[in-house]
Write a protein that binds this ligand. Structure first.
Ligand SMILES: NC(=O)c1ccc[n+]([C@@H]2O[C@H](COP(=O)([O-])OP(=O)(O)OC[C@H]3O[C@@H](n4cnc5c(N)ncnc54)[C@H](OP(=O)(O)O)[C@@H]3O)[C@@H](O)[C@H]2O)c1
Length: 506
């Protein structure tokens, strides 16, 4: 991204080989290749670069490149320049193989050595696991057994994996153990693509690069925090994945907790991966541990019924393909959390996310405590508008502050007004997939935007009481909402019990 008043010069990444496992899949074609194309078009890929695609399907390099070319035509976020495409594809090789075929990893190793000689990539390798999560551990182990994970002679070897990092605390711990058997923590880059979004990164800059917010960023001045990620899209063709996962696992320990930790963490002492990730993990660890009974009181899980969301007629969730007809999987979740530390004691954090809702909105809203009303008691003013500072991630990216202003006229009247900053008014940015920054950062070894093992586990530890309580409760306690509404009624009751109300979604 460059400011309108001047370009920022960013050097190309280190020489390296980008090795993608699951190279025949959707992620590789729809997001990773367009992201690599954007990096190439912006001059951020090194001259000494190569791409090696690995998948189990039999395919020639030429056929693989044809597929990538078509994917770029279909999914590129910018105008496709043939010269850039050909330069990118000229450094692609396809290797057939998978973790259950050990010999294929030996072949991969030989191919990599030959490519490194030819292209001068210095032995630096980025292994991107774009495979189903079930293949993460076997692939990492195969890389370990064949010596491909070892860093030697000054060359780096890094591993990128995508969420889900487990499906509960125990499986997240098991995955971390398996990865750490082969790689060291500094080699592992866990992607939460939410952190590729500029506004999400800007939360830290807003808090810590300005003098005005931090003095009031605490329980003395903040009344509550609301984090909302609402989608209009229903589950659609992802029934198999979604019915086994649900809204809580899919969204909360990763995306919503990334937002929560950026808003609630203590100021890191340095802007580096160790300090930032330590503070983020600390605050997730401070989310209050609760009993299963409390978990039921502090949560609402909902499932959508037929309705109209966005521009679509949506059937009952249970009528979705690959969804069990008696499914109790939640497509909506709302939680009321507390953070057990000095800064946040007594400040409720309300989180909600759901599918097939009335609007697409992602935001963090911080509500400040009300000014004393006493001075207006004998005026016509009946109430003051709420003071919200809202960080908007979607649909438009920006920050807005709601405050009270005098309505012009002879008598005293007050109305809530908004002061709004929108990214697009100040900065130019080329349309992106959201993966460019993350891939580039991994290539230069900057792990600030990636999750560390302790942060992942702290997130799962905080949601585990809800998973346990819901499993025990079974269908009891599942609420329903009409597709195209703002979620189940019970969610209003949840926040109402704390004397607050949700910001409107629709
Ligand atoms: N697609 C997205 O938009 C998206 C977004 C965020 C995260 N992700 C994550 O990215 C990963 C890949 O998703 P995808 O949508 O690309 O899936 P996909 O289209 O099903 O592709 C999966 C790839 O992995 C390979 N594969 C399948 N089973 C394997 C196994 N047991 N061992 C080794 N390789 C195997 C497949 O090729 P072969 O069968 O030929 O080996 C294929 O290349 C998943 O973890 C997903 O959660 C995807």
């Amino acid at each position: 991204m460059t400011a309108k008043n001047g370009a920022r010069v960013v050097p190309p990444a280190d020489p390296c080989c980008f090795v993608v496992f699951g190279a025949s899949g959707d992620l590789t074609h729809r997001l990773l290749m367009p992201a690599l194309y954007n990096l190439a078009a912006s001059g951020l890929l090194p001259d000494a670069f190569s791409i090696v695609g690995v998948a189990r399907a039999e395919m020639t390099t030429a056929a693989f490149c044809d597929g990538l070319r078509k994917a770029l035509d279909q999914f590129a976020t910018r105008k496709v320049e043939p010269a850039v495409v050909e330069r990118l594809l000229s450094c692609v090789t396809y290797v057939q193989g998978g973790p259950e075929d050990e010999a294929s990893f030996d072949r991969l190793g030989e191919t990599l050595v030959a490519i490194e000689h030819k292209r001068g990539t210095r032995g630096n390798r980025l292994y991107y696991l774009a495979t189903p999560p079930t293949a993460f551990t076997p692939t990492a182990r195969a890389l370990g057994r064949t010596g491909l994970a070892r860093e030697e002679n000054g060359a780096w070897r890094r591993l990128i994996i995508e969420k889900p990092f487990g499906t509960d605390l125990a499986s997240a711990q098991a995955l971390n153990r398996a990865l750490l058997d082969v790689f060291e923590e500094h080699q592992i880059f866990r992607i939460d693509h939410y952190l590729g979004k500029e506004t999400v990164q800007n939360i830290m800059v807003m808090r810590f690069a300005n003098g005005l917010f931090e003095p009031i960023w605490n329980r003395d001045h903040i009344d509550q925090v609301q984090i909302t990620v609402a989608e209009t899209l229903p589950v659609g063709r992802r029934g198999k994945f979604y019915d086994a996962t649900g809204a809580l696992r899919d969204m909360v320990p990763n995306h919503l907790f990334q937002l929560l930790s950026l808003v609630a963490m203590e100021p890191p002492s340095r802007f580096d991966a160790r300090s930032v990730r330590s503070e983020k993990a600390n605050v997730l660890d401070e989310i209050q541990m609760i009993t299963p009974e409390e978990a039921l009181r502090r949560s609402v899980r909902g499932q959508y019924l037929a309705g109209r969301a966005g521009r679509e007629d949506v059937p009952d969730y249970r009528a979705t393909r690959d969804v069990a007809p008696d499914s109790t999987t939640e497509t909506y979740v709302a939680l009321g959390l507390s953070i057990d530390n000095w800064r946040w004691a007594g400040v409720p954090f309300f989180l909600r996310t759901g599918k097939a809702l009335c609007a697409r909105v992602s935001e963090v809203a911080i509500k400040f405590k009300q000014a004393p009303f006493a001075m207006f008691r004998h005026t016509p003013i009946e109430h003051l508008a709420e003071n919200f500072l809202t960080v908007r991630i979607a649909p438009e990216e920006g920050i807005s502050l709601q405050f009270n202003a005098k309505v012009p006229g002879p008598s005293i009247a007050i109305d809530g007004v908004h002061m709004t900053f929108q990214y697009k008014d100040y900065f130019e940015s080329a349309p992106s997939t959201g993966y460019e920054t993350l891939i580039y950062d991994c290539m230069i070894g900057d792990a600030i935007l990636f999750q560390r093992a302790d942060g992942v586990e702290a997130g799962w530890r905080a949601v585990q009481p809800f998973l346990d309580a819901w499993r025990q409760a079974g269908p009891e306690g599942l609420s329903f909402y009409k597709a195209g509404s703002d979620g189940p009624e019970e969610a209003h009751r949840l926040i109402g019990d704390h004397g607050r109300r949700w910001r409107p979604v629709c």
